[in-house]
Design a protein around this ligand. Sequence first.
Ligand SMILES: [Zn+2]
Ligand SMILES: [Zn+2]
Ligand SMILES: [Zn+2]
Length: 243
Amino acid sequence: MRKKKLREVESLSAKHFSRYGEFLVSFELSKHGWNVYSPMYDEYIDLLIHKHVCKVCGRTWNLTPALVCKKCGKDFSKTQKNRIIAKKICADCGHEMIGNKTRCEKCKSINLLNQPTCDKCKGEVEMVSHVCECGRKEYMTKFRSVQVKSSRIEHKDGKSKNTYAVDMKPRDLIKDKSHFYIWCLIDHNDKPHFLVMSVEDFKKTMGDSLKGISFFKDQDRQHFSAKDFGKWGKFLNKFDKLE
Ligand SMILES: [Zn+2]
Ligand SMILES: [Zn+2]
Ligand SMILES: [Zn+2]
């Protein structure tokens, strides 16, 4: 079973494999609360991501309003919407009715007021905008651009070299504090590992190689251990860097 799956990922063309890496990175980013977008055409940026967070404590912000009972605080937003009782109150005689009435049962008035009602305490359900658990009402939007590089384990003469390889070129160096690299490394079991770094992190770790002729000529290929990721290991799962 395992062997068959491995062969499938290994047999993806370079182009498809790179799309596959972008997909895995997107999925991982969404687990960290990011919304992920793909550029209309491909230049140097593979993904554009954004998220809304509390301005003060950084918790993920929910932009859609919640449906909450005024009286007991029961939250109907997610799975409980169908439990909201459709109550109508006659504006003329005050008679209360349940269901899809268009006319007052008592005085025949068509002047009915809607009152979404809590099934638990009969209080009124209202729409409230999100307030953070920390009590703040202000949020902020973060935008980041991401470049994804993917690698499978390198082989030589049909034998695993237990290394990954990533190509870097001068044009990949986007000097922007909102720009990040995510390397997606697929091991022998098809399990992805993610290295997350800023452009500054990348430059620091590359050191003098950045001045190397091979880098200038678009021929720089960073090879590193598939076990501990060598000097790049410190960026393993560092999704916090994006924050
Ligand atoms: Zn907060
Ligand atoms: Zn209630
Ligand atoms: Zn009435």
